[in-house]
Write a protein that binds this ligand. Structure first.
Ligand SMILES: [Zn+2]
Length: 171
């Protein structure tokens, strides 16, 4: 992808799930890029436990997840910086800001660009059609996050899973 030492400066993690953070430490070491995320999810990547700071709904599911999605010592890391609602990314030459959109996890964030496009992590997904992600830690928080997004005149949403979609097609 053309990345070299020095030109990949920042790795923004929308949340701590291992299918989103697995290579972060490798990229950090190889390119010297800073890793930033919300502190609501940081224990997941520090301890290798996706259920850290999540409601312990299903202990069996938690055990299976740990076996299927091992996150070894080599992959674990501490973020270089915690970011939260309103954090501006302009110092990294990216005209965008952070939105805190909990629901899928407590530390889930989105990145809203200046031209109103959104990287939403796993709050919304679009495998067949745009929907709320089926895996929710806190559905009350998720509904509040959706309400917030709907108030923002967002154009295109880039979800963590599935294809980009116009915000207006999510009902
Ligand atoms: Zn996720």
């Amino acid at each position: 992808m053309g990345c070299k030492q020095g030109n990949l400066r920042l790795i923004i993690l929308t949340h701590g799930d291992f299918d989103h953070v697995g290579n972060a430490n490798h990229l950090h070491e190889r390119f010297g890029a800073k890793i930033v995320m919300h502190n609501g999810d940081s224990g997941m990547v520090e301890r290798g436990d996706m259920f850290w700071n999540r409601r312990k709904g299903n202990i069996l599911l938690g055990m299976i997840a740990r076996i299927l999605f091992g996150f070894g010592k080599k992959e674990r890391f501490s973020p270089d910086l915690y970011i939260d609602e309103g954090y501006e990314l302009s110092e990294y030459e990216f005209d965008a800001k952070v939105l805190h959109i909990p629901g899928h996890s407590k530390g889930s964030i989105g990145i809203l660009t200046a031209d109103n496009n959104l990287f939403c992590g796993d709050l919304l997904e679009n495998k067949d059609k745009p929907v709320l992600n089926s895996i929710m830690d806190d559905s009350t928080a998720a509904n509040a996050s959706v309400k917030k997004l709907k108030s923002l005149k967002i154009k295109t949403v880039y979800p963590g899973h599935g294809k980009p979609f116009p915000m207006g097609s999510f009902t």
